[in-house]
Design a protein around this ligand. Structure first.
Ligand code: PMP
Length: 354
């Protein structure tokens, strides 16, 4: 750290992305990416012409993509915001709506805490229940920015839109941000609620179900007033936040929606199969609605399992927070990858490698 850094950032603990080691070819089950490629027409959208157009700035409004998303989801383009990954949208939302403080579950997406600290927001973390379920009453009447990932990460567990409605109703003077990064894998969206609640912001991403983590594209839905707030911050930060190629890829992705629905079905099927296999091996597996499982075994320490898998070329995500350090989060890959993962787990459990 240099002596020039503003003192208020000196103690900031930055977000640590999942590891991306290059020392060998791993089966990557650690960052919830899709194991499947984008639809063929998305790759074909990377044309020579697009390459040559790179000399020009992209459309700062992203209007064509907004219109496609609006059509797909039955809203208007003015209900849509686009971000450089959903992380950027979260960033703007914390900046825009966190002044009265922010509240989120103790076990959730690690970036929420970082954004709160980045902007010096007062933050309250509410423990999930013993079984990692979320009690919506804990978030009622808070009067500050409420942030809930639904389904949650890293647990994969979801709450119903009716529960979210209670939170919206009881916090009329604060924004409720529902992070639906994983909703396409079985959760129930609360998107229809944006019509009724001017304080609802629904944030989504192309990184998981749309196989486009490398393109960095997120989107959000809300009433136009909230969208205009976010646009104001975007135009005060980086008006061309989505690059020209990603805009083109995003449009082709929306046009190929059926392809992605098939992929989600495959992942849900592999999730069901993998959960069953892990349970048969004595693992406790949380009921996931996402493209990952969160699981622990009484027979093997969480960190040891992570290390042993890594030695065998399989990466999963291990967290060190005391409440979850016995668990690992396992992204659902292809069926073949999940079979390789389970073979490795069996070998570790029987090999006394601990
Ligand atoms: N929200 C949640 C809950 C996530 O797990 C992630 C992925 N790390 C994100 C948001 C951010 O995804 P992206 O910036 O790739 O859209």
């Amino acid at each position: 750290m240099s002596g020039f850094l503003d003192p208020k950032f000196q103690t900031l603990e930055a977000y640590t992305p999942g590891e991306q080691p290059r020392d060998m070819q791993y089966i990557k089950l650690n960052t919830n990416e899709s194991p499947y490629p984008p639809a063929p027409r998305v790759v074909q959208a990377l044309t020579r012409e697009q390459g040559q157009l790179l000399r020009l700035y992209p459309d700062p409004t992203g209007q064509a993509l907004k219109e496609r998303l609006a059509r797909l989801y039955g809203v208007a383009a003015e209900n849509v915001f686009l971000g450089n990954g959903s992380d950027e949208i979260l960033n703007f939302a914390f900046l825009a709506y966190g002044a009265k403080g922010v509240v989120f579950p103790d076990i959730s997406y690690g970036f929420y805490q970082v954004y709160a600290d980045l902007y010096g927001l007062e933050r309250e973390s509410i423990p999930l229940k013993e079984d990692f379920s979320l009690d919506c009453r804990d978030y009622c009447g808070k009067g500050k920015l409420v942030v809930i990932a639904n389904p949650n990460a890293p647990t994969g567990m979801a709450v119903s839109p009716e529960q979210i409605r209670q939170i919206l109703l009881s916090n009329p003077d604060a924004v409720v941000l529902i992070d639906e990064a994983y909703v396409d894998f079985g959760g129930e969206t609360c998107l229809p609620l944006i019509r009724e609640y001017p304080n609802l912001l629904v944030v989504r991403t192309f990184s998981k179900s749309r196989c486009l983590a490398g393109g960095r594209l997120g989107y959000a839905f809300a009433q136009p007033e909230l969208i205009r707030d976010l646009e104001k911050l975007k135009y005060s930060t980086n008006p061309y936040n989505i690059n020209r190629l990603t805009l083109a890829l995003g449009q082709a992705t929306v046009d190929a929606d059926e392809y992605y629905r098939d992929i989600c079905e495959k992942i849900v099927e592999s999730r069901r199969w993998t959960a069953g296999q892990l349970e048969a091996l004595g693992f406790q597996v949380l009921p996931s609605q996402a493209n990952f499982l969160f699981a622990r075994s009484q027979a093997v320490d969480g960190e040891a399992l992570y290390q042993q898998l890594k030695k065998r070329g399989i990466l999963v995500r291990h967290f060190t927070a005391p409440r979850i350090c016995q668990y690992n989060r396992i992204t659902i890959g292809t069926q073949a990858q999940m079979e390789a993962f389970l073979d490795a787990v069996k070998e570790i459990l029987t090999g006394g490698a601990l």
